[in-house]
Design a protein around this ligand. Structure first.
Ligand SMILES: [Zn+2]
Length: 206
């Protein structure tokens, strides 16, 4: 295929020492496309990236597989915390969950949350390695997730107050969608939010 990829790969093959040009990935169209794919979130921690520094990350490190240096499918957008992932020789990506290729249902069998604190389910090794590899348990992330829970609590409390004031026993459709929005994959920290909301409102949501 006479495309830019092949040219770059040929260049690379001629000189295997050449590292991919980082500026190539800073191109705004690539970032824009990745931002829209990820709903403006970090692929790994689900933190909002809109006004935060971000990097185009090679999911499989170039040092491990040179052929993936220019592979579009190997480019993920990451916050600075997650871009600093644990090296492949310590924990290979194959030992961790993949935020794109693994289904939400799959991911939910390996990792969960107690409020903002992430943990591997039943000591899942894959869950544990995912948390370690992508540093999903840093103080910074815990603080961001804690802030998000405060936001969820605020919305739920407002809704419950309104229900009491109006003598209602159940949520209006509008209230249900306001709550469901936190669990949508387009929302930040959607997995944590889902676990938190379902635990908090057990059985109350339709
Ligand atoms: Zn992140």
């Amino acid at each position: 295929m006479p495309n830019g990829n092949l040219t770059s790969m040929q260049k690379k093959a001629a000189n295997p020492q050449v590292r991919p040009d980082a500026s190539k990935y800073a191109h705004k169209d690539i970032r824009k496309q990745l931002m829209s794919m990820s709903h403006n979130k970090c692929f790994y921690c689900e933190g909002i990236l809109l006004d935060r520094p971000k990097e185009v990350d090679h999911y499989v490190e170039v040092a491990v597989d040179h052929s993936k240096a220019f592979d579009w499918n190997n480019l993920y957008l990451a916050c600075l915390n997650c871009n600093d992932k644990v090296p492949h020789n310590t924990i290979p990506v194959s030992a961790a969950l993949n935020p794109i290729l693994d289904s939400d249902a799959d991911i939910k069998t390996h990792i969960s949350f107690d409020k903002e604190i992430i943990f591997p389910i039943s000591g899942s090794l894959k869950g544990k390695q995912t948390i370690t590899k992508f540093r999903l348990d840093t103080d910074l992330l815990n603080a961001q997730r804690r802030d998000w829970i405060i936001k969820i609590d605020g919305i739920i409390i407002d809704i419950l107050k309104k229900m009491v004031a109006e003598g209602r026993q159940s949520f209006s459709d509008e209230e249900v969608s306001a709550i469901n929005r936190f669990m949508d994959s387009a929302s930040p920290f959607s997995l944590m939010s889902e676990v938190y909301i379902k635990r908090k409102l057990h059985g109350l949501l339709p």
